[in-house]
Design a protein around this ligand. Sequence first.
Ligand code: HEM
Length: 128
Amino acid sequence: MTRKPAGRKRAVKARRPVAKAKAAPATTRRKTAKANHAAKKKNSATTFAGAAVGFAKDIRPMYTDTDIAHMRFFCDLSKRDDNQQHAQEILRRLKGEGGRIMPPPPARPWTKQQVALYQSWIDGGFQP
Ligand code: HEM
């Protein structure tokens, strides 16, 4: 029987879990980032999580009460049908095309991700 120094075994044991814990999430992160990038590129009609974009859960919550109140002269932004009817015009104004950017200052314009979500809702066939 060979006698190993006790200290060496313990040192190896202690290092292993750290190395393992670091490796796994890195792989997962890479995969997720790749999938997200592909989804963005395709401009798919799904969220990054893979669910279909729906008006009630994805679009309606992006409108503030102020947005809805101030745009009543034009349409009811809280309603799916109105959004569907004016989708292209709304999309253009969200991007600041064809007129003043909407919502106008002091409100913050929608982020690229929010505008992309609206686009995906259109592409997905205006799901409720
Ligand atoms: C077809 C698309 C749209 C058109 C033609 C349009 C047009 C207008 C016009 C003419 C005004 C009043 C004048 C002005 O402040 O520039 C206005 C105000 C406003 N719009 Fe829109 N809009 C559109 C979409 C939207 C959307 C999608 C939002 C929200 C996400 C929005 C939010 C607002 C707000 C908050 C105001 C009030 C600004 C203020 O009084 O300070 N609009 N819009």
